[in-house]
Design a protein around this ligand. Structure first.
Ligand code: KG4
Ligand code: ZN
Length: 340
């Protein structure tokens, strides 16, 4: 069987990610353009601006990828694009380019679920998890605990009932005027934070089951911040912000760790995969690593740059789908909401 070379296109939100994956040689090239600066002044992603910017970036990034891989376009054997979930206009931009190129190059195209891309991102690393495993998928839009028995064989065990973990990081940063996206900002400030000053709740850990809730933590942070602004001297407020970030981050990390431990016990598994933007978080990784060391189990993460949105994970997931004989016809559609 000749090797398959898949071009991956990710455009679901505010990053344009393009990559080329070779079925035998692995990842050949990946390029990313982040729109963070474009949206920063609005404190969040503006959908229409996102779509327009993807239009400008997709083709030049594809050309850059082909050049990086030193490949002619005629070598591409299939195209994968993110078909959802995400912002409709942004998704359609990537899908239309993917579909058009596939038509011009006479190769199949397949629409990929964005969260399946995240879930499979650790497969791009040197040591790969074998099936079955538990996956903690934590991003700006999702917080899910999934039992994974193979590619396409996913069983949702736990979900957030309200905000995603990343969303809670983003909102906590926003209400203290710290900027966007909040995850890395809160996490960096937390390094200077005092661990003992505030104790935040660990939502839903006393209840059985694997569901989670993060909107209460964000409100707890807001109330703590408002109270501190009345009592603290103005010159002490930056330290207070760091202390709140530290307490918030510890609460999210411990809550996720308790739920992962419970999922592993329930399913009788000892392999944990952690993926999605929030899996870049230092404290969360430290607590999960400690849990798995104690259990003598294994933990797998994507490399840091593939935790957040990227084209490599879409190229990889799409390559698996195409290898299984799946592809979409000439008509294409995107699904802004789409269960995994
Ligand atoms: O996976 P991703 O790039 O996009 C979605 O599919 O949502 O995840 C973005 C999310 C944002 O909420 C961002 O604040 C969060 O991941 N994030 C982090 C860190 N880096 C990114 N959260 C906590 N700690 C981090 N280091
Ligand atoms: Zn994502």
């Amino acid at each position: 069987k000749p090797p398959q070379i898949t071009l991956g296109i990710e455009s679901s939100c505010d990053e344009t990610g393009i990559a080329i994956y070779h079925s035998e040689q692995g990842l050949l090239a990946h390029q990313l353009y982040s729109q963070v600066e474009l949206h920063a002044e609005y404190g969040g992603v503006v959908p229409e601006l996102a779509s327009r910017d993807h239009i400008l970036r997709v083709l030049p990034l594809i050309e850059a990828c082909l050049e990086e891989a030193q490949l002619g376009a005629q070598k591409i054997t299939g195209i994968a694009y993110t078909a959802g979930p995400g912002l409709m206009g942004a998704l359609l931009t990537g899908a239309a380019v993917a579909r058009s190129l596939a038509f011009a190059w006479q190769v199949p195209a397949v629409g990929v679920h964005h969260m399946e891309g995240h879930l499979l991102a650790p497969m791009l690393e040197q040591t790969q998890p074998s099936f079955p495993f538990i996956c903690l998928l934590v991003s700006g839009g999702h917080t899910m605990i999934i039992r994974v028995d193979g590619i396409g064989r996913y069983r949702l065990l736990g979900d957030t009932l309200d905000d995603a973990a990343g969303e809670a990081f983003d909102k906590t940063a926003k209400m203290m005027n710290l900027g966007y996206p909040g995850g890395p900002i809160v996490s960096n400030l937390a390094l200077q934070g005092n661990t003992d000053r505030y104790k935040f709740p660990r939502p839903m850990v006393d209840r059985p089951g694997l569901d989670m809730s993060f909107s209460g933590l964000k409100t707890f942070a807001l109330n703590t911040w408002h109270a501190a602004q009345k009592t603290d001297a103005p010159q002490d407020l930056p330290q207070t912000q760091a202390d709140i970030c530290r307490a918030f981050e510890l609460a999210v990390a411990e809550t996720l760790t308790i739920k992962c431990k419970r999922a592993l016990e329930q399913e009788g598994l000892n392999r944990l995969v952690v993926a999605g933007g929030v899996s870049a978080n230092r404290e969360i990784r430290a607590q999960l690593d400690a849990l798995m060391a104690k259990r003598k189990g294994e933990t797998f993460y994507p490399r840091l740059e593939f935790c957040t949105d990227n084209g490599a994970m879409i190229a990889y997931a799409g390559a698996q789908r195409l290898a299984a004989g799946q592809h979409n016809g000439l008509d294409f559609s995107c699904q802004p909401r789409w269960a995994l």
